[in-house]
Design a protein around this ligand. Structure first.
Ligand code: PGA
Length: 256
C-alpha cells in the first residue's frame, strides 16, 4: 500500500447528456463524504463543466478538464483556454490521454507545451502515459512510459512537480475490460518512479509524485491494484459513469 494520499479521477470522456451529467454529479455529491484521506476529481465534457462545477462546488470533488488549449487567447477556433476553464471552476487538467495521443494525434512536444502552460496557469496536471499492445509484446513498456514521462515533463521545475500526477494507462487496457495484473501494474509504476527520481527530478521529489493506474478499473479489481506500493490511485473511465461503481472504487482506494 502506498504512503501517498490516494488520488482518484473519473474521466467521463464524450459520454452522457446534460440530464445524466447533472444526475451523476448530484449523486456523487450526496453520497461521497468529506474526507482528507483521498483526493478526487471528475472530468465532464466541456459543455457541462460550468454546470457540474456548480453542483460539486462545496463538495470534496474537484473539477477536471479532459483537454485544453495551450494558447491564452486569440484565433484558435474550437479551442478552450485554461483561463476559461478556471472560470468554470476547473483546477485539474488531463494531458496526454491515450485517446488524445493515438486517436486525435497529439505528439509528445505538444503535450509538453500544453503541460507547461497548464502548470503556469496554476492547474494540477495529470500526465497520462502508457504502451500499446504491440509495444508490450515487444517488452517496450518501460521504455515507452519513461519516454512519454521524460518528454511530457521536460522543463518542469521541482516546485511545479508538486502539481503533477502521472497516470499509467496501458492502451490495451483502456475500455477493453482487460486490466493489468496488480504485479504488472506495480512493475510499470516502479519503473516510472525510478525514472522520476533519477531521470526527471530529485529523488525526494519523485518519491512524492502520485502515479495513478488507469485501464478498466472496476470495483472488483481496485482493491488488489491499490494494495501495490506504487499504485497511488486510479483514473477511471467507463466505471466512473456509474455512481455505484465510482464510489466503490473511491472506497477501495482508502480502505484497502
Ligand atoms: P476505462 O478508461 O476505465 O474505461 O478503461 C480509462 C481512461 O481512459 O482514463
Amino acid at each position: 500500500m502506498s504512503t501517498r494520499k490516494p488520488f482518484v479521477g473519473g474521466n467521463w470522456k464524450m459520454n452522457l447528456n446534460a440530464a445524466a451529467a447533472t444526475a451523476l454529479a448530484q449523486s456523487l455529491v450526496d453520497r461521497i463524504p468529506a474526507t482528507d484521506k483521498l483526493d478526487l476529481f471528475i472530468s465532464p465534457p466541456f459543455p457541462y463543466l460550468a454546470h457540474v462545477g456548480k453542483i460539486i462546488a462545496d463538495s470534496p470533488i474537484q473539477l477536471a478538464a479532459q483537454d485544453f488549449c495551450r494558447q491564452a487567447d486569440g484565433a484558435f477556433t474550437g479551442e478552450v483556454s485554461l483561463a476559461m476553464l478556471a472560470d468554470c471552476g476547473v483546477s485539474v487538467v488531463l494531458a496526454g490521454h491515450s485517446e488524445r495521443r493515438h486517436v486525435i494525434g497529439e505528439a509528445d512536444t505538444l503535450i509538453n507545451e500544453k503541460l507547461l502552460a497548464a502548470l503556469e496557469a496554476n492547474m494540477h496536471v495529470v500526465l497520462c502515459v502508457g504502451e500499446k499492445l504491440q509495444q508490450r509484446q515487444l517488452q517496450q513498456t518501460d521504455a515507452i512510459n519513461c519516454s512519454q514521462v521524460g518528454y511530457g515533463l521536460a522543463g518542469v521545475t521541482a516546485k511545479q512537480m508538486e502539481r503533477v500526477t502521472v497516470a499509467y494507462e496501458p492502451v490495451w487496457a483502456i475500455g477493453t475490460g482487460k486490466t493489468s495484473t496488480p504485479q504488472d501494474a506495480q512493475e510499470a509504476h516502479e519503473a516510472i518512479r525510478a525514472f522520476l527520481c533519477f531521470g526527471v527530478c530529485d529523488e525526494p521529489v519523485g518519491r512524492d509524485v502520485r502515479i495513478m493506474y488507469g485501464g478498466s478499473v472496476k470495483p472488483d479489481n481496485a482493491a488488489d491494484l491499490i494494495a501495490q506500493g506504487d499504485v497511488d490511485g486510479f483514473l477511471v473511465g467507463g466505471a466512473s459513469l456509474e455512481a455505484d461503481d465510482f464510489i466503490a472504487i473511491t472506497e477501495a482506494a482508502v480502505t484497502s
